[in-house]
Design a protein around this ligand. Structure first.
Ligand SMILES: Nc1ncnc2c1ncn2[C@@H]1O[C@H](COP(=O)(O)OP(=O)(O)OP(=O)(O)O)[C@@H](O)[C@H]1O
Length: 303
């Protein structure tokens, strides 16, 4: 959903240091209500510090933070029921079942057991409701952490690497849950190192490094503006480097296990030339991705 004129979260020139380390350096970002917003960046980029300032767990040294029109610090009791937080370290009441745990969390908000059942259903854990939280699988654990974050129906949800350490099937299943949450229209601040997920899910992303925002926009816009273009992978033995260099519209040539990889922003034109040259059988088209944008920003060689 697009940002509205009445943002859910506003960060204005926010900075935070730990001693000599400037963890967050003059960050200005506005997140719209209903937006699925990705906070991306390498380890130590400042994501956690930034998010903890939004959650009211840390106070900025400089700048202002507003969440739903309120300041999160000093600890704002009006705001707490309106935000939900899932973290890597989400704690559970270990002796309890999944349902008992959620009923307890609901009670902390003064809410009835029925909301726990609703949350269980939302995250697809109804059938696992009676499993002890110590015995749930990795995927179920992440679902339970998300259920704990949304049990009180908050307006703003923070999700910190919810698909980390999951096997591919569990990750895919959880991706489906994230899409359902997104469709629910809540404001979601999402941290991940899985850039394919961020590309698929996020309305906009901020890419941070060394405490600063290097890029801020929709994945589509960032990809378009990056100029990375499409890679066309031509199987080995079909095209010499010399022939490749003569094709109009090719911006760069790489080699990958004998295959020739052409970079272009004029895909149709280059494909037409390839078709005329030796046919298009098994020529693979790889559009630019958010990961390309990220690697470009980090100054790393691209795959
Ligand atoms: N409590 C702290 N005391 C001192 N330095 C800290 C503290 N917390 C974070 N830092 C430092 O601040 C910088 C930003 O850390 P932060 O945890 O916010 O980054 P991050 O992007 O969340 O990293 P990760 O992806 O590893 O969680 C890093 O250099 C980190 O070492």
């Amino acid at each position: 959903m697009p940002a509205t004129d009445d943002p859910a979260i506003v960060l204005d020139s926010v900075s935070k240091s730990y001693g000599e380390v400037r963890a967050v350096d003059d960050v200005t970002v506005s997140i719209g209500r209903g937006e699925f917003f990705g906070m991306l960046g390498p380890n130590g980029a400042g994501k956690t510090t930034l998010i903890e300032m939004i959650e009211g767990l840390r106070t900025p040294d400089r700048g202002t933070v507003r969440v739903l029109g309120m300041s999160p610090t000093p600890r704002n009791l009006d705001l707490l029921p309106k935000i939900g937080v899932q973290t890597q370290r989400s704690a559970f009441f270990t002796r309890l079942t999944a349902r008992e745990h959620l009923v307890t969390v609901a009670a902390l908000y003064g809410l009835p057991a029925s909301v726990a059942d609703r949350a269980l259903k939302l995250v697809g854990l109804t059938d696992s409701a009676d499993i002890r939280v110590t015995n749930v699988s990795g995927g179920q654990r992440q679902r339970l952490a998300i259920a704990s974050a949304i049990v009180h129906d908050p307006q703003v949800i923070f999700l910190d690497e919810p698909t980390a350490a999951l096997d591919p099937q569990a990750r895919r299943d959880l991706g489906q849950l994230l899409r359902e949450l997104k469709a629910g229209g809540k404001t979601i601040v999402y941290t991940t190192h899985h850039l394919d997920e961020a590309q698929a899910l996020c309305d906009r992303v901020a890419i941070l490094a060394a405490g600063r925002v290097l890029a801020l926009d929709s994945p589509r816009e960032l990809i378009a503006r990056s100029g990375v273009g499409t890679r066309l992978v031509v199987p080995a033995g079909r095209l010499s480097a010399e022939q490749a260099g003569q094709i109009d519209g090719v911006d760069g040539i790489d080699f990958e296990d004998g295959a020739v990889v052409l970079r272009t922003t004029q895909t149709a034109r280059v494909l037409a030339a390839l078709g005329a040259e030796g046919g298009l059988d098994e020529v693979e088209t790889r559009p630019a991705t958010l990961e390309d944008v990220y690697l470009q920003l980090m100054g790393a060689p691209q795959a």
